[in-house]
Design a protein around this ligand. Structure first.
Ligand code: APR
Length: 314
């Protein structure tokens, strides 16, 4: 059986890390695409030269022509510009919208059957544009945000309670921005909801509130430390988990930006919700019961995504 093919559009910080992880996990052969000449070829060769040391078989190549995407099973899109200190994800809107339009054309022409994972920010708007311009079915186009946001939430909780990250699950809904909604009631340590842990005295409400805010600001915290770009290790790891769920038909339940068609009272908009990812792409959107406060926070986040979409069409 032929190996899977993973195309990475954008070979910058996230793209390079994606290529390395896809190789290490032997997810398939990898094509790194970028508009900069030589750079994707150089990164691909460098990673390929690590494969004898780390014992993985993956053919890694670099390309500057969209024809290299032909036959890709998965495409992960990071093409665009990243944030600098003082910039919000929304500041990237117009520039990245144009780039995502070009990438969508390339995908439509060369690999219309691929499962497409968008990482380019502002995420919820960019993934919507990708689906619209590529014409792919909504279940085959998904945005990476929730896995990253909930990983940040999980890490902060594990650190605060001095327990393993493996035993912490977290649930984050809404857009990938300041309005995202980390849900304490559905986030647990070994199955115990965080709200119960507050009652048990393991965690103060004040500390939990701080962690929720730090999760919302997680991307900005990294930008202000790095100064020359934005986070890339955790975003890459998150997208690889989604790609693996699709390629191995794992039916993982992961928070992703998916196109809603009436769920949560939202129609025709990409926003972060829990979904099941398997061989069919987004096989199911999980709709949970929200209390009044959670519903209000979710709708506030949906409004922020809507406003950004409107800003683009003006
Ligand atoms: N086609 C393909 N690649 C492009 C295009 C294009 N039209 N325009 C720009 N690129 C490439 C750049 O040359 C660069 O190599 O996209 C790459 C982006 O890489 P980085 O600047 O290192 O950014 P990165 O940290 O990887 O983040 C990429 O993901 O999380 C988001 O906000 C982040 O939107 C940003 C994206």
């Amino acid at each position: 059986m032929a190996r899977n093919k993973i195309a990475l559009v954008g070979a910058g910080n996230i793209g390079g890390t994606l290529a390395h992880l896809a190789g290490l996990k032997e997810l398939g052969d990898v094509v790194l695409f970028d508009v900069v000449e030589g750079m994707p070829q150089g990164k691909a060769l460098d990673i390929a030269e690590s494969s004898p040391v780390d014992s993985f078989d993956s053919r890694l190549t670099g390309a500057n022509d969209y024809s290299a995407l032909a036959g890709a099973d998965v495409v992960i899109v990071t093409a665009g510009i990243a944030r600098k200190p003082g910039m919000s994800r929304d500041d990237l809107l117009a520039i990245n919208a144009k780039i995502v339009g070009q990438v969508a054309d390339g995908i439509k022409t060369h690999c219309p059957d691929a499962f497409v994972i968008v990482i380019t920010n502002p995420l919820d708007v960019m993934v919507g544009l990708m689906q619209k311009f590529s014409g792919l079915k909504p279940e085959k186009v998904v945005g990476m945000a929730g896995v990253l946001d909930s990983a940040r939430f999980r890490y902060f909780i594990a650190e605060a309670l001095n327990v393993s990250v493996e035993d912490v699950t977290a649930f984050v809904l809404g857009g990938h921005g300041d309005t995202m909604v980390p849900l304490a009631r559905y986030s647990t340590v070994a199955g115990i909801p965080l709200t119960d842990l507050v009652e048990m005295g393991w965690l103060t409400q004040e500390k939990l509130d701080q962690i929720i805010q730090r999760t919302r600001d997680g991307g900005a915290e990294i930008v202000s430390l790095l100064k020359t770009g934005s986070a890339f290790y955790a975003p890459a790891a998150s997208a690889i988990q989604m790609a693996e769920a699709y390629l191995k038909d794992k039916k993982r339940v992961l928070p992703c930006a998916a196109k809603l068609s009436g769920q949560y009272g939202v129609d025709g908009l990409y926003v972060g919700v829990p979904v099941v990812i398997g061989e069919g792409g987004v096989e199911r959107i999980v709709e949970i019961e929200l209390n009044e406060e959670e519903k209000a926070a979710f709708l506030h986040s949906v409004d922020a995504v809507k406003k950004l979409n409107e800003a683009l069409s003006v």
